[in-house]
Ligand binder design. Structure first.
Ligand SMILES: C[S@@+](CC[C@H](N)C(=O)[O-])C[C@H]1O[C@@H](n2cnc3c(N)ncnc32)[C@H](O)[C@@H]1O
Length: 272
């Protein structure tokens, strides 16, 4: 603790103090203090421990990289879209699965939706997000444990596939993922991407919905399996505790599980 304080209070920080003024200097010192020790707060330590429970494997152990993946990156840099390194792993997992139909929770601009459609030319891609009208989306989520409200407000829903030939194989559903009636989906779903709200409650609910809708051998992927999303890592830790082989892919924040819809553990979760 003392050593850490001394490391934060070096000569450079004294010069910054003269330049920035007392309040800003104090904030800057706090930031440096936390950077010196990533375990500086109890929450931070908890978040790190949750993440460490999820075994990490190299992408080459998770799937065989396809020789060609076609990716439209125009929307990958929009704040809230899935970054390129993660899109590639999600697409490789999906291509190995070869699903007849996919369900994505959290469409946003539709970047991953469009790339899934592009690389799975025979599949139907179902994707769900809150209604595009801001007021309706806010009413539907009022009082619920959703996160990233700024993303809900900044969405251009499905912009990445609107007007493109890919849209013919994309079915946009509008509603709250936790309360939506999925009974209208009759396709054989075997690939799921959980990327809506990243709270524990929604990560759990969207996963259980996937387990209920799954047919045969399936793959489910979760985005944002990292320290900033302890709700996701906590939920994935519970799945691991039940003996399910959830893994996160090195160099990404993607976690995944291959499962059979008939597996007793999956059926038990689905019933819960
Ligand atoms: C991180 S973005 C999804 C990114 C997208 N999957 C991609 O790869 O580009 C999360 C999305 O989930 C949506 N969302 C958040 N809470 C939701 C809820 N309760 N029901 C439906 N959609 C929700 C947000 O509106 C937002 O568009």
């Amino acid at each position: 603790m003392i050593l850490k304080g001394l490391l934060s209070l070096n000569g450079a920080s004294a010069i910054r103090g003269l330049r920035l003024g007392r309040a800003e200097w104090s904030r800057s010192l706090q930031r440096t203090y936390q950077a010196v020790d990533p375990f500086s707060t109890r929450e931070r330590r908890q978040e790190t421990l949750l993440l460490r429970k999820i075994p990490e494997i190299a992408s080459a152990e998770a799937f065989l990289w396809p020789s060609v993946i076609e990716v439209d990156l125009r929307f990958a840099d929009v704040d809230g879209s899935t970054p390129t390194r993660d899109i590639l792993s999600i697409l490789a997992l999906a291509m190995e699965q070869r699903p007849e139909a996919v369900l994505e929770f959290g469409t946003f601009w539709g970047s991953t939706t469009a790339n899934l459609a592009r690389n799975l030319p025979d599949a139907v891609i179902h994707t769900i997000d809150l209604p595009p009208e801001r007021s309706q989306a806010l009413v539907l989520t009022a009082g619920k444990p959703v996160d990233d409200v700024h993303l809900i407000e900044s969405r251009q829903l499905g912009e990445a596939f609107r007007g493109s030939p890919l849209a013919k194989r994309i079915v946009q559903h509008a509603g709250d993922t936790a309360t939506y009636d999925y009974s209208g989906i009759h396709d054989r779903l075997s690939f799921f991407l959980v990327d809506g709200s990243h709270t524990y409650e929604y990560a759990r609910s969207d996963t259980l919905t996937s387990f209920r809708l799954a047919t045969g051998a399936c793959t489910i992927a979760w985005h944002d399996c990292d320290e900033s999303h302890p709700g996701v890592t906590r939920w994935l830790g519970e799945l691991i505790g039940a003996g399910l082989a959830v893994r996160r892919i090195q160099g990404t924040v993607v976690a995944y599980l291959r499962f059979d819809a008939g597996d007793k553990r999956i059926r038990t979760f689905a019933a819960g």
